[in-house]
Design a protein around this ligand. Structure first.
Ligand SMILES: [Zn+2]
Length: 121
């Protein structure tokens, strides 16, 4: 696994091609003015997804992580989606990888807390 979420790169097609190999599963976050604006994932080709974002100048910078399996990438995307929710423009919750039936661990935890012994309402 290559995880470079801590490092930001300028969102330019040539730079995306330079740092991300073709055909990799990965998660990314797009940034404008140093703030995260969008979190996403590709189960087929992260590079082409980011090149598409770069081509339309969707943001200024990107951070990413590459993963060997889509379920792991989904977990990371969910964590980012929930953590960044107040500032990102994502409208819908990440979808689990096709046919995986995987469930978001963060949503599961929130549901557990709401129904669990620490319920306050
Ligand atoms: Zn969730």
């Amino acid at each position: 696994m290559i995880c470079t979420h801590h490092r930001l790169f300028k969102l330019e097609p040539w730079l995306v091609r330079a740092v991300i190999p073709q055909g990799k599963i990965g998660v990314y976050v797009l940034y404008i003015s140093g703030k995260p604006v969008y979190a996403g994932r590709s189960d087929e080709d992260l590079r082409s997804r980011l090149v598409a974002h770069a081509s339309v100048k969707r943001a200024e910078y990107f951070g990413f992580g590459l993963y060997s399996d889509a379920s792991r990438a989904f977990d990371i995307e969910c964590a980012l989606f929930h953590a960044l929710e107040p500032c990102t423009t994502n409208l819908i919750h990440p979808a689990s990888p096709k046919g995986s039936g995987r469930i978001c661990v963060v949503c599961t935890e929130i549901r557990h807390l709401k129904n669990g012994p620490f319920r306050t309402t």
